[in-house]
Structure formats: C-alpha cells, structure tokens
Write a protein that binds this ligand. Structure first.
Ligand SMILES: [Zn+2]
Length: 188
C-alpha cells in the first residue's frame, strides 16, 4: 500500500472525488468567498458564516468517485434547500474511519449500504439544493462522526477536506469551465 503525507499524518493513497479537483473561484480566477472550509463566508451583517466543506468546480454531470474502501452510509434528497441530492460515504482507512459527503448532485448512482472501492462511481455533479448555476460545483465535506449531520454542529464533527485531499489548484482549468458555463446559460 502506498502512503502519502498530508499535514504531517501518513494517509493511504486515495482517489480524488473528481478527475480534476479545482477549488471554486470566480471568472478572474479569484478564490470565491466560501470556496474553502471554515468561517470563510461573510453574512450581510459582516459576521463570519461557517462553510462545512470545499467547493470543487465541476460542470454539471461530472462523475464523482469514492475515495477508498467503504460503503454508502445514506442517500438523501434535501430538496431545494442546502445540499439538494446528496450521498454520504463511509471511508475505512486502515486505522481511521471518516465520512465523505457529496452534495448538489444531479444524479445518485449508489444506494444505502452499496460497497465502495477506490473510484467506485457514486453520482454525477449538479446544481441541486442551493447549488449555484453560475459556478457549478461539488460541495464536498469530511466528517469525523455521523453527528455532523445534526444541524448547527459546524466544525465540531467536521474536518477540513484538504487534510485528506491535499492542497488543490484553482487554475487554469477554471477559465475554460467558466466559459462553458456561460455558454450553457445563454442556451438555457
Ligand atoms: Zn459549499
């Protein structure tokens, strides 16, 4: 088994959730507020708002993969609010278990308890829930505990997904993808 060092911890090699993981940014290739994990969003009143994951730019219908061995914990459709169509996968590292959430999907291709291996297809990206059609993305979270699913728990049971994914770029793939998103808007 290959290992790689991320933030000083040796973790097994994983498959990234998308073939190309690019942090969501604007058309000037600036990282959008809230593209990363933590208190990265500003509310109207100037208060910091928590963002529970990373936003990985993805044109709708981009294939999403399981990171590693595990199974599907749940599949859910949160409707027009929040995560929209979402899948929570359980990831079984040799000495550590965590959960990975995929949200705003257009299509889910697994069921509760489906066994997963690295690169098992879990679904296709979309703009369901409060997904943003101007900057379509996969909202991806990592959880230490299923308790992260309770509303308002914020960072208590979550981790920064980049601790597992490693550092990610936000260019130059972005520029083409944004042009294509604009072309889609013109057609719609
Ligand atoms: Zn997000």
């Amino acid at each position: 088994m290959r290992f790689r060092a991320v933030t000083g911890e040796l973790l097994p090699s994983i498959v990234l959730p998308l073939d190309r993981c690019v942090l969501r940014c604007d058309e000037y290739l600036r990282l959008l507020s809230g593209g990363t994990y933590g208190y990265t969003r500003l509310e109207a009143g100037g208060q910091r708002k928590f963002h529970g994951g990373v936003d990985l730019y993805a044109e709708p219908e981009t294939t999403c993969y399981a990171l590693y061995k595990g199974h599907v914990e749940w599949v859910n459709d949160f409707g027009k609010k929040g995560w929209g169509k979402a899948v929570l996968t359980r990831v079984d590292f040799p000495k550590k278990t965590f959960w990975a959430l995929y949200a705003h999907l257009s299509k889910v291709l697994v069921k509760k308890n489906t066994k997963l291996g690295p690169r098992t297809v879990v679904g296709l990206t979309g703009i369901t829930g409060n997904g943003d059609s101007r900057y379509p993305h996969l909202h991806f979270e990592t959880w230490k505990s299923l308790s992260a699913g309770k509303s308002g728990t914020k960072e208590k049971y979550r981790t920064d997904p980049l601790e597992v994914l490693g550092s990610l770029p936000y260019s130059p793939y972005m520029e083409n993808a944004i042009q294509r998103a604009k072309a889609r808007e013109r057609i719609a």
